[in-house]
Write a protein that binds this ligand. Structure first.
Ligand code: ZN
Length: 348
């Protein structure tokens, strides 16, 4: 990336209301069969056009092809029963009805390779593709087969590795693994979480990112955040491990967050996808709000390693709000770009 502050997004964007119920997580599809397949592609066309118009540099498909960032992937795998769900306390935070692992997990066919090729055909800009991370997959299931979260995570890591290699071959520039569970299970992150992530990225020829957040702006997450105190130092435990890892980029939340920004200095040598857009609020940031976060990040990370981004996925927002937030993100990055260029040209 030539100019600093290339903008990108965590992943998801709202779906059109003719495709799925708006402002809802895991909303059922409104179409089926060939209509659904065509509808998903049309929705991807719309979000690509929206991101290009807003001035985003590294585009995603907005996760228009899947209902949920974890289950949307897992439902294409074998060894998992999606019919008879089990209620489990997930993320140490809330009860959810989750699928059951009933046998060895495997991927009968590539899940997103065709989606990635289609996205690649729509734009000449860089593209990223998101996949769930191994630990977050394990934490969104009830295991009746492996008897070990680590073993199951490693089985998923091998599957994700094949998927990520295929996405890179399809022309994807960044494969991102979403690991919100990394903000919850610190001992497991240390013992096997980062190892599983590195297994998933092994030999992948494009850049790889990990997204670690405090979750979508849903009630269970907002209530949990209230218990975390004034300063959120969860990243302090994972960043040193990630700095030593083979992952290229780390995506995290900073806008309206209680995360002390200086923690990002621990990610030495990594690209930092700095969350400049709050996804838990309908208030649209001003370009100056965005610029403030970028300037704060610049005190701890070299400018060329900063990628202004959203805090998390935007699927629960309205399309208008999401679009306005993307425009603010690009405009805020442009503000700081001008400042930096101006400073470079000024006489010493
Ligand atoms: Zn997130």
């Amino acid at each position: 990336m030539n100019s600093p502050f290339a903008t990108t997004l965590a992943g998801s964007l709202p779906k059109p209301r003719w495709l799925a119920e708006p402002e809802k997580l895991w909303a059922p599809w409104k179409l089926s069969g060939d209509e659904l397949a065509e509808g998903k592609r049309d929705a991807v066309r719309l979000v690509v056009a929206m991101q290009e118009k807003a001035g985003i540099d590294v585009l995603s498909d907005g996760e228009q092809t899947r209902r949920h960032f974890v289950n949307g992937y897992m439902e294409k795998l074998e060894g998992i029963d999606f019919k008879n769900l089990k209620t489990v306390h997930i993320r140490n935070r809330y009860d959810a009805n989750v699928p059951r692992v009933v046998g060895a997990v495997s991927r009968p066919a590539p899940v997103h390779e065709e989606d990635a090729k289609f996205l690649r055909s729509l734009t000449s800009r860089k593209i990223k593709f998101t996949l769930p991370g191994p630990m977050t997959m394990v934490d969104t299931l009830y295991d009746e087969h492996y008897g070990s979260r680590e073993k199951l995570a490693m089985a998923f890591a091998e599957i994700l590795n094949e998927e990520a290699k295929g996405l890179a071959r399809a022309g994807v520039d960044v494969v991102q693994f979403d690991e919100p569970a990394f903000n919850v299970y610190f001992d497991e992150v240390r013992d096997w979480g980062v190892a599983a992530l590195e297994r998933a990225r092994q030999g992948v020829t494009c850049k790889t990112a990990v997204h670690i957040c405090y979750g979508y702006g849903i009630k269970a997450n907002n209530d949990w955040k209230k218990t975390l105190g004034d300063e959120w130092r969860q990243y302090e435990q994972t960043f040193p491990l990630l700095a030593k890892s083979s992952i290229d980029q780390v995506s995290l939340e900073c806008q309206n967050s209680h995360v002390p920004i200086e923690l990002i200095a621990m990610l030495q040598g990594k690209d930092v996808l700095v969350g400049c857009i709050d996804v838990a609020s309908n208030r649209v940031e001003t370009p100056e709000d965005v610029a403030k976060v970028i300037r704060a990040a610049m005190k701890h990370v070299p400018a060329e390693r900063i990628f202004p981004c959203t805090n998390c996925g935007m699927v629960p927002l309205s399309r208008d709000v999401a679009e306005a937030k993307l425009r603010a993100l690009a405009a805020g990055a442009q503000l700081v770009r001008k400042e930096v260029t101006g400073a470079a040209l000024a006489p010493a």
